[in-house]
Design a protein around this ligand. Structure first.
Ligand SMILES: O=C(O)C(=O)C[C@]1(C(=O)O)C=C[C@@H](O)C=C1
Length: 336
């Protein structure tokens, strides 16, 4: 048995305060490690801070949890823009394979929203606080109510503000756990439009870190705990926007190598007006870390990498990770 002094600590950053959906994602992903490791969950003030602790290698954080997309209202653009800015900043180096910020996993959380308030009469609520991503997940409940929307850094922050106000016309939207953490009652539960409302989170790490005394990389360590053999690679690139066919050329490359594209997103490049940075997620079957990688895996297929590089201004693999088995679960299994 490992003695308490030799137990290694895994530090996981998440959007705080405690009780956010990001906190829930972190616990879902990392609680299984607590048999062999001491897992510390470290709250961050903003989603930007969750990214920066990894990008800047601060506070000896091993992993960070980042909301990435929601089944009701789509991409968390703030997270895409953090990747975009990181990619653009790194452009001059253009080092394809070894990046500092790596995406090494994903987690899915069922998002059930609650109206949290000390007020007992809905018609008396004049201000509602929550994270901006939430408003359009609760359209049906909120439509017709007459209130001021106040954005907060997270849902649990909204509940904390309600706790600390003496005004009786305020409410927050957040999780059951946030209402318990801040000890403010729920007036209405399950106010999300879709009872299967789900957010997908990415797990980030820093390549320089190792997870255990054997020197196994965080990437391999986390993937070894994940079942299945489907991998996802997240890539980011920019192309000659004005050249006819430049994006279709990229699509052709994936078709040629028989790789399925799971998602496509674009964001303004911020380099010049009306120029874009593209994010693709690519399915593959082989393990990034195994010795017998086959050519199907984008990270190790030099031919694909060469063709992509030739047809992009800049191109980067942000990470590859095993598809979380929750992705395949039916909606019924996602119920709260
Ligand atoms: O505010 C929270 O609780 C978060 O974890 C952030 C966040 C997000 O940014 O999407 C996570 C899940 C929900 O979709 C709403 C908010």
């Amino acid at each position: 048995m490992t003695s308490p002094e030799t137990v290694k600590t895994i530090k996981v950053a998440y959007l705080g305060p405690p009780g956010t959906f990001s906190h829930q994602a972190a616990i879902q992903k990392f609680s299984k490690f607590s048999k062999n490791f001491k897992v510390e969950y470290i709250p961050q003030r903003t989603i930007g801070d969750c990214f920066n602790v990894i990008a800047n290698n601060t506070d000896q954080i091993n992993y960070s949890v980042l909301p990435f997309e929601n089944s009701t209202n789509g991409s968390v653009v703030l997270s895409y823009d953090l990747f975009r800015d990181y990619f653009i900043k790194k452009r001059p180096n253009n080092d394809i394979l070894k990046q500092k910020v790596r995406v090494v996993g994903e987690e899915f959380v069922t998002i059930c929203h609650n109206l949290i308030t000390n007020q007992k009469d809905l018609s008396k609520i004049k201000k509602i606080y929550t994270h901006p991503q939430v408003w359009t997940q609760c359209n049906k409940f909120l439509n017709g109510l007459n209130f001021e929307k106040i954005d907060t850094s997270s849902t649990s922050k909204a509940a904390e503000l309600i706790k600390n106000t003496d005004q009786d016309d305020c409410a927050a939207i957040g999780s059951l756990i946030s209402s318990q953490v801040h000890n403010v009652p729920i007036l209405y539960n399950n106010i999300e439009d879709d009872s299967n409302n789900t957010t997908r989170f990415l797990i980030l790490t820093n390549d320089n870190e190792v997870s255990n005394d054997d020197g196994i990389s965080n990437e391999k360590f986390l993937n070894d705990y994940q079942l299945g053999n489907k991998f996802i690679s997240l890539i980011v690139f920019n192309i000659e926007n004005s050249k006819v066919g430049s994006l279709s050329k990229i699509l052709t490359i994936f078709n040629k190598f028989k790789l399925n594209i799971a998602t496509i997103n674009s964001r303004p490049s911020n380099l010049a007006k009306w120029q874009y940075v593209f994010f693709f997620e690519i399915f593959s079957n082989s393990n990034v870390n195994s010795a017998n990688n086959n050519a199907n895996n984008i990270e190790n297929n030099l031919e694909i990498l060469k063709e992509l590089k030739e047809n992009c201004i800049d191109f980067e693999i942000l990470g590859s990770f095993k598809r979380n088995e929750k992705y395949y679960q039916s909606a019924v299994n996602f119920k709260c």
